[in-house]
Design a protein around this ligand. Structure first.
Ligand SMILES: [Zn+2]
Length: 262
């Protein structure tokens, strides 16, 4: 059985021994594919180092997280423009599997909406130019994200809506745009309502993720998350769909292969 964690910030663990243990515990639970989303310029080396350490298992992406899109000017250019330029440069130096994580987050800061939209659009163009999928972070910003995706929709635009927690109508809209829904620990939370939404969605439209170290699934809710816990999310999905864990692993890993090309 092969489980694929399509979104994990494993690299935040900088103690090499602990990091090795995180990978080992993943492998013990059949989680053998880890896709690493970038956050800002300072995380590029963390993503790259982990990917270099485990080239068979860890797959890097680069992008500027919407919460890191900031206006403050350091010299003559705005901070986010500088970040974007450095990330774009780094993209030419290595093999990547997606542009991410990118998007819009209006939960933490509404005042930066305009520059978040601009940064999102710029990075969508990169993905098209480099023929890569995008991994979207969307928090309290469905309308704003859809507006840009609908405007940018073409045969090249594709990817994952990471940590999807929306309603059925939003899920169908995401799928209609050719995107996969990234399903994480929230699926295991009582009263999240996500189980009802996902029971109406076909497995062919889903990929699994932990978003570790955040959003631990039950029975580890509230504790730091790790990729080995993906198996609890997969099992919850298997129960919900009345299929075996193997079947969930096979289909969701297959979907991850289709979107990332590996
Ligand atoms: Zn993330």
């Amino acid at each position: 059985m092969i489980l694929t964690d399509t979104h994990t910030h494993l690299y935040y663990e900088t103690d090499t021994q602990k990091l090795n243990h995180l990978i080992e515990r993943g492998l013990e639970n059949s989680v053998s594919r880890f896709f690493l989303p970038n956050v800002n310029v300072s995380t590029i080396s963390l993503v790259n180092n982990l990917a270099a350490l485990y080239p068979q298992n860890c797959f890097p992406m680069l992008g500027l997280h919407p919460c890191e899109v900031k206006a403050e000017a350091t010299e003559e250019v705005a901070a986010y423009i500088e970040e974007l330029q450095a990330i774009r440069k780094a993209m030419d130096l290595q093999k990547l599997y997606a542009v991410g994580e990118i998007g819009i987050d209006l939960y933490w800061d509404k005042t930066t909406l305009k520059i978040q939209q601009e940064a999102f659009l710029i990075q969508i163009k990169w993905a098209k130019e480099l023929n890569m999928p995008i991994v979207i972070h969307c928090r309290e910003a469905f309308d704003e994200i859809f507006e840009i995706l609908e405007q940018e929709k073409d045969e090249k635009l594709r990817g994952i809506f990471h940590c999807f927690t929306g309603n059925l109508q939003q899920a169908k809209r995401v799928i209609g745009l050719g995107f996969y829904l990234g399903i994480g620990g929230v699926l295991t939370y009582k009263n999240s309502g996500l189980d009802k939404v996902i029971s109406e969605i076909d497995l062919k439209d889903l990929v699994l993720e932990t978003d570790s170290p955040y959003l631990s699934p039950v029975p580890f809710r509230g504790k730091p998350n790790e990729s080995s816990y993906l198996i609890y999310i997969a099992q919850k999905l298997a129960d919900l769909k009345h299929v075996s864990l193997d079947e969930v692993a096979r289909i969701t890993s297959d979907n991850s292969f289709k979107v990332f090309g590996i």
